[in-house]
Ligand binder design. Structure first.
Ligand SMILES: NC(=O)c1ccc[n+]([C@@H]2O[C@H](COP(=O)([O-])OP(=O)(O)OC[C@H]3O[C@@H](n4cnc5c(N)ncnc54)[C@H](OP(=O)(O)O)[C@@H]3O)[C@@H](O)[C@H]2O)c1
Length: 237
């Protein structure tokens, strides 16, 4: 049977690597991005907009002939908000990061669970972050909070719907060599930061993609609720 998968944030970075890794027989993948780009047939939805998750879910169902088996929530932003910023700027940054990273993911998860309940089950893979456990920089309270929320939500879904054959996994990458990590590494002194990673290097998007593929297609049902770290032992729980 063909497995139908929706991957959010597949235009670049980890999302693109996930779509490439899922390119195999018996899997049909629909990607997604925030705005249209020539030559890319990914679905378009700006997840900072409140109505976007519902529209995206429906568009994915339409594209996949009415059945989605796996939802991979990968889209996310890592935008700084300085403690000293004006009140409105700090609050707006908080709300935007929460909307894109957590609320939009939650709304897609909710639609997925309701859909899976009607279709004998399915899987959710949420790309969270090491920041969920370790925290992040002083300019990223919102980012760490959004990812902590994502992990808690994933565990809740795993516990709530395992009996419906609905499985949920979270992946927590540390630094991964994408545009998001590039900017951050540069801003935090490059090599000095690498010294904090016992493996001596940041993760490759392909490594995160391999774990996403495993969670989406192969992980045994008893693993539901697992949080999978990909951080070169820079944070060991
Ligand atoms: N890279 C890391 O070091 C790292 C570490 C831990 C966790 N993560 C997590 O891994 C995921 C992917 O990260 P990445 O490094 O691959 O990021 P990236 O290269 O910056 O790509 C982000 C993806 O999210 C999409 N996106 C951003 N804002 C959006 C919006 N408003 N609406 C819809 N889509 C939006 C982007 O689409 P457009 O191109 O259309 O904007 C893009 O496809 C994120 O959830 C991130 O928090 C990354």
């Amino acid at each position: 049977m063909t497995i139908n998968i929706l991957v959010t944030g597949s235009s670049r970075g980890i999302g693109r690597a996930i779509v490439e890794r899922l390119d195999c027989d018996d899997v049909r993948v629909v990607g997604h991005r925030s705005s249209a780009a020539e030559g890319d047939d990914a679905l378009v939805a700006d997840l900072s907009q409140a109505d976007a998750p519902a529209r995206l879910w429906q568009a994915a169902l339409d594209r996949l002939d009415g059945r989605i088996d796996v939802l991979i929530n990968n889209a996310g932003v890592f935008e700084a908000a300085a403690l000293e910023a004006p009140d409105t700027a700090w609050s707006d940054a908080w709300a935007r990061t929460m909307q894109i990273n957590l609320t939009a993911s939650a709304e897609l998860c909710r639609r997925a669970v309701l859909h899976f309940q009607r279709n004998d089950g399915g899987r959710i893979v949420n790309v969270a972050s090491r920041a969920a456990y370790r925290g992040d920089s002083p300019a990223h309270w919102h980012y760490a909070a959004s990812k902590g929320g994502m992990v808690a939500m994933t565990k809740t879904i795993a516990r709530g719907y395992a009996r419906d054959n609905i499985l949920a996994f979270a992946i927590c990458p540390g630094f991964t060599m994408t545009g998001m990590a590039d900017d951050y590494l540069e801003s935090r002194g490059g090599d000095k930061l690498l010294a904090d990673i016992p493996l001596g290097r940041v993760a490759d998007p392909a490594e995160v993609a391999e774990i996403a593929r495993f969670a989406a297609l192969q992980a045994p049902a008893s693993m539901t609720g697992a949080v999978l770290d990909v951080n070169g032992a820079s944070y060991v729980r």
